[in-house]
Design a binder for this molecule. Structure first.
Ligand code: SF4
Length: 544
């Protein structure tokens, strides 16, 4: 299905998406460096985590400017735009919507200015906060109530992230750091935040550390990112992970670390299977090595009499290599992925849409013809993708198709930042393995066991979230009617409608004076409207 902005999704079968990644966040504090370009390349490395919208905020020490839009990183930013985003601090975000619709208002970083301090606002100027979020909060309805009780009614966005930004900005008598130490303990759910004001870069991670967040060092500064691969991309060395329950602040005085909660690590098990890049490392485990180990375990648990092991590219590749190594069956390519078809603005017609997965995958007929094939994939969500792949391989001449899956059956939805499907849509929720095998038309089907998967991660079971596989949610969930992706649209308590504006390229500025000029530069580069956050308020549209 095409997205609201006309883009195709990155899924193999756009009509039946697989697991949708959370988001990618990146932050840099580096005087003398081109921080917006470092952030651009950091986001480029994290593009797999979110493909609906991208944004970068920068500060030059006196003002914070945000530029964001719907689309991929390379579609949102160009050279003139990046050149206009000058400063020494930057944060960036690549979004997949986990709370709130895929609209411009919900793109990140969010931006908000505190009210000026003092009786008539005369004691000190407003501070502007920009914030980017990976993960999903589960007490969003409660936060919306608190924001409403504070009398804040101008949040254009309908995301949990906008609420957190509003709460941080609602404490003008405190520094942003002190406000964060009050607000962060009240949040429930998954959050890896990078945020900033005019002078300081912050990073914070929920007490469970569900989503990854790592700290890196540049020669002349610091970097935080969702994954280590993004640090590699910008030439930063890995220092350590931001700890669960930790707030880090970085400014001209150096790096300060505070604890806002007792850590209770529950890292997302699905990061090891599918979400993270294979060249990233989480909790000391290299993701590629972990996936190869999963494939090896899968071969031991579910051997097959076959001639060829093939991956479903790209995410099934390391596990397929492991399966082939352990089983001694030849590894080869059987499907070629067109990496670029999901990056076109062309609206597919009904005829083209019916091609489904064929738009993205093409079988290597000479490789599979007459062979008994083992196909290794990372997960089965609804089963449509695997059904189509098996049919395609049989049409290409495969005599047997054995499917091996490098995660256990996905039976429960995720509320911590991954959008699989509703519980009713999950194939494994209503069928046993034999039923699923028949449903997808495979000759045999084997899923890695949960203990086998956990062993491959080299993490203790107690330090992992496994909820989508075993239903044990490590962070308590609220009632059904106050949770879910569109909880704020449903509540309609704090959101104000955008009026259905079309997707566009725009710039935010925090101070309408100086920044209006800077936004004006962006405007020339981007050709859209400009937006400012007025002191005490959120983004407001300024039509030129
Ligand atoms: S429910 Fe699954 S996808 Fe969600 S955080 Fe837990 S392990 Fe990860």
């Amino acid at each position: 299905m095409p997205r609201g902005d006309g883009l195709l999704t990155h899924d193999l079968d756009p009509q039946h998406p697989g697991p949708q990644d959370a988001c990618g966040v990146f932050g840099v504090w580096a005087p003398g460096e081109e921080v917006s370009k470092l952030t651009y390349f950091g986001l480029y490395a994290l593009q797999h985590r979110g493909q609906e919208a991208a944004g970068i905020a920068v500060s030059d020490g006196s003002s914070v400017v945000v530029y964001k839009d719907l689309g991929l990183v390379a579609q949102v930013f160009d050279e003139p735009t990046l050149a206009s985003l000058r400063g020494h601090i930057a944060i960036g975000h690549a979004r997949y919507s986990t709370t709130g619709a895929s609209t411009w208002e919900n793109a990140q970083p969010t931006l908000r200015a505190t009210p000026p301090r003092g009786p008539a606002g005369g004691e000190s100027a407003a501070t502007t906060i920009a914030l980017a979020h990976n993960g999903n909060l589960v007490n969003t309805a409660e936060l919306a109530r608190r924001v409403a009780e504070l009398g804040i009614t101008d949040t254009n966005a309908t995301s949990d992230t906008a609420l957190v930004t509003a709460l941080l900005a609602a404490k003008p008598d405190l520094s942003v750091e002190a406000a964060a130490l009050e607000v962060l303990p009240t949040l429930r759910g998954a959050f890896s935040f990078v945020f900033m004001d005019e002078n300081t870069l912050y990073a914070a991670r929920d007490p469970q550390g569900v989503r990854p967040l790592v700290l890196g060092r540049l020669e002349r500064g610091w970097v935080v990112a969702s994954e280590t691969a993004a640090l590699d991309m910008v030439g930063a060395s890995v220092v350590r992970e931001i700890e669960p329950g930790e707030l880090v602040a970085i400014d001209e005085h150096g790096l300060r670390s505070s604890r806002f909660a007792v850590p209770d690590p529950k890292g997302c098990l699905f990061e090891y299977v599918y979400l993270a890049r294979p060249d990233s490392t989480i909790s000391g485990r290299n993701i590629y090595a972990g996936r190869v180990a999963i494939g090896r375990a899968l071969a031991r648990e579910y051997p097959a009499e076959a001639d060829l092991v093939i991956p479903v590219p790209e995410s099934g590749t390391p596990a397929a290599i492991g399966y082939a190594e352990e089983s001694g069956i030849t590894y080869g390519a059987g499907l070629v992925k067109n990496a670029y078809v999901g990056r076109t603005f062309i609206q597919p017609s009904q005829t083209i849409r019916q091609l489904g997965i064929r738009l993205k995958l093409n079988p290597l007929r000479d490789n599979v013809r007459g062979k008994r094939v083992v196909v290794v994939d990372d997960s089965i969500v609804r089963g449509n993708t695997q059904r189509a792949i098996i049919r395609m391989l049989r049409e290409a001449g495969a005599v047997e198709v054995h499917v091996r899956i490098s995660s256990p059956p996905v039976k429960w939805p995720c509320f911590y930042g991954i959008d699989f499907a509703t519980k009713a849509e999950l194939l494994a929720n209503g069928l046993d393995t034999e039923g699923i095998r028949r449903s997808i038309g495979a000759d045999s089907l084997g899923y890695i066991s949960l203990p086998g998967l956990i062993a491959a991660t080299e993490q203790p079971k107690t330090r992992l979230c496994r909820a989508c596989f075993d239903g044990e949610y490590p962070i308590d969930l609220p009632a059904d009617n106050v949770i879910g992706k569109h909880v704020l649209e449903g509540l309609a308590k704090t959101a104000s409608s955008s009026g259905g504006r079309a997707p566009r390229r725009e710039a935010d500025s925090s101070h309408p004076g100086e920044n209006a000029r800077r936004a004006g530069n962006d405007l020339q580069a981007g050709g859209g409207d400009r937006v400012a956050a007025s002191p005490g308020g959120a983004d407001a549209l300024l039509r030129p």
